[in-house]
Write a protein that binds this ligand. Structure first.
Ligand SMILES: [Zn+2]
Length: 219
């Protein structure tokens, strides 16, 4: 999933408005943001395998540190814990931890059984929504529209930048999403960690948007 994770980050603002949209993006994508570092360090591995599922040409051979269930629980507690130490906001910390965990749940729905339960475990899970191209696009697009809608309703632009930065990000994400779906697979796995690192720019983009929009309502 790609835009589905960002959808969760957008939606969170509706329910707890203290964290910046950038912090929410970081939480929702946290294990994917860590993944390139583990690839570069040689602790996790991925290969190009066109047709691995209908949606992705990537074969996630080994990624227990970032993408196992217990690994994700650890990152969720770490993320929420650090936010609490810095901001002393328990509700926001819990939301952020839950958002880190939501990444695993969405991956569990989409991936074929390649998500380990814990490092060292041979048990791998995944419901394999990605085997259906149409169902994957329907669910992920639906989540994205809902997430953006909730965020849009919960915030108000303080100036023109608050509109342009948000619209720009939405267009950019949809563009990248469809390029991934319909474009050719990457020629080799070598550039993948660096493509992965570029995801941090979307977190920065989230902080940028947040500075120009005010949260209006939280439930
Ligand atoms: Zn992931």
């Amino acid at each position: 999933m790609f835009i589905g994770h960002f959808a969760a980050g957008f939606a969170a603002k509706k329910f707890e408005m203290a964290p910046s949209l950038g912090t929410y993006f970081m939480a929702a994508q946290f294990i994917d943001l860590l993944w390139p570092f583990f690839l570069i360090a040689g602790l996790e591995s991925v290969e190009i395998d066109p047709g691995n599922t209908a949606v992705t040409p990537l074969n996630f051979i080994h990624y227990p540190w970032t993408h196992s269930l217990t690994g994700t629980l650890f990152w969720a507690m770490l993320f929420g814990g650090i936010y609490y130490l810095v901001k002393k906001n328990i509700k926001a910390s819990v939301w952020l931890g839950a958002l880190v965990l939501s990444h695993w749940v969405l991956d569990f729905i989409s991936h074929r059984p390649d998500l380990p339960l814990s490092p060292g475990s041979d048990i791998k899970v995944g419901l394999g929504l990605w085997n259906s191209f149409t169902a994957s696009i329907a669910l992920e697009s639906g989540l994205f529209i809902l997430g953006v809608f909730l965020y849009y309703k919960a915030t108000k632009a303080l100036n023109k930048r608050g509109v342009i930065t948000l619209l720009g990000l939405i267009v950019f994400m949809v563009f990248v999403y469809f390029m991934n779906l319909f474009g050719p697979p990457p020629p080799s796995a070598e550039p993948l960690p660096y493509i992965g690192l570029s995801m941090w720019l979307l977190v920065i983009w989230g902080y940028w948007i947040d500075r120009h929009r005010r949260a209006e309502s939280a439930v």
